[in-house]
Design a protein around this ligand. Structure first.
Ligand code: SAM
Ligand code: SF4
Length: 344
């Protein structure tokens, strides 16, 4: 293992069942990427030709994922999110949820999905223990949604997935919209309107630069401040605490609306001081930060039957204070080609 940064302080205590990093942040939340593959090719995320996919034997089995979560739950982990790639392209995902829901200490399991495959799976996922979902949706216009996803027929299926999510009672349901000037910035007010009549939480996300989206993330960058200003032209916005969750969003609401409007500002307003998470990649790398080069391979140690806690402690110890992303440059992304590689 080699690391770029070694913060001076490192605290973790299995005895008190809390994980605290070198900057005093309590880490209770793990984002688990269950696959690097995806059925879409969103322009801001994956290259059109895809990526060099992981081989089957490189990917953690469901039992291996649950084994890692069991060790981390013993150290203080409480909440999980399944992500990818697209988590629903992995076969029989509800079986993984069954395993994770049975881990003592795990209180909350959420899912991030593009929702194209959600409708037929929603009930089984809910029954297995997924309590809430985040759905990616970048345009409410069918042709544009397809152009952004580089796949056809996406919007109708995503909206079916959204309806199914309501029907089975996922709560809250959050809609993630990646802001892109010249692509979907004229829909910001329309997306915000979705939060009025239904308990939907619409979150605008600033696009982050990776190796595969440098041009778009520079020329197409739109700040959340600008998006909020456009929404505020439609109606007054009041700051609100927002729905339950583990994320860095700041929330607002139209008067009397059932849902909220959130902003996630990795580029314009850094929120790393509130970071509460680590990430597990599909091939078993534990990452202390979405970006950067730091990661600890857990898979082979797990397969050799070696103890994982020292590796997890070490990852916690080197968690960096903040990401070093620079707009228009891949310098701070640590060579990441796409967020799908680390679970976004
Ligand atoms: N496929 C699932 C989905 O789209 O929700 C889960 C994985 S995706 C990588 C997780 C989140 O990352 C999505 O909300 C997506 O919009 C967001 N995302 C991907 N690339 C991004 C980028 N370069 N900047 C900002 N958000 C990004
Ligand atoms: Fe796939 Fe999600 Fe990336 Fe879109 S954002 S390409 S749906 S992983």
């Amino acid at each position: 293992m080699s690391y770029d940064v070694l913060p001076a302080r490192s605290l973790s205590s299995g005895a008190s069942r809390t994980m605290v990093d070198g900057f005093g942040r309590r880490i209770e939340y793990l984002r688990i990427s269950v696959t690097d593959k995806c059925n879409l090719r969103c322009v801001y995320c994956m290259p059109e030709e895809g990526l060099p996919w992981l081989r089957r034997g490189e990917i953690l089995t469901y039992e291996e994922i649950a084994g890692i979560v069991r060790v981390m739950a013993g150290m203080g982990l409480r909440r999980l999110r399944l992500t990818g790639g697209e988590p629903l392209v992995r076969k029989d995902l509800p079986r993984l949820v069954d395993l994770l829901a049975a881990v003592p200490g795990i209180e909350d399991i959420a899912l991030s999905t593009n929702a194209v495959l959600l409708a037929p799976l929603a009930r089984r996922l809910r029954d297995a223990g997924v309590s809430r979902v985040n759905i990616s949706l970048d345009s409410l216009r069918p042709e544009r949604a397809d152009a952004i996803a580089r796949r056809s027929g996406t919007l109708a299926r995503i909206l079916e997935g959204l309806d199914a999510a309501h029907a089975v009672g996922f709560d809250p349901i959050k809609i993630n919209v990646v802001l892109m000037r010249g692509e979907n910035d004229d829909e910001v007010a329309g997306f915000a309107e979705l939060s009025r009549a239904r308990p939907l939480h619409v979150r605008f996300i600033e696009v982050m630069p990776t190796e595969s989206n440098l041009e778009l993330s520079a020329s197409g960058f739109l700040s959340c401040d600008e998006a909020l200003a456009r929404v505020a032209e439609v109606d007054a916005l009041e700051p609100v605490p927002g729905p339950p969750g583990n994320g860095p969003a700041t929330y607002f609401r139209f008067p009397g609306a059932q849902g909220t409007i959130g902003v996630i500002t990795p580029m314009s307003h850094n929120f790393c001081s509130r970071c509460n998470r680590m990430r597990l990649t599909a091939d078993g790398q534990l990452r202390p930060c979405l970006f950067g080069t730091m990661q600890t391979p857990l898979r082979d140690a797990l397969r050799r039957g070696e103890p994982l806690q020292p590796l997890i402690d070490e990852t916690l110890r080197v968690k960096p204070e903040k990401h070093l992303l620079v707009q228009g440059s891949s310098a701070g992304s640590g060579g990441l080609i796409a967020l799908s590689q680390t679970g976004g």
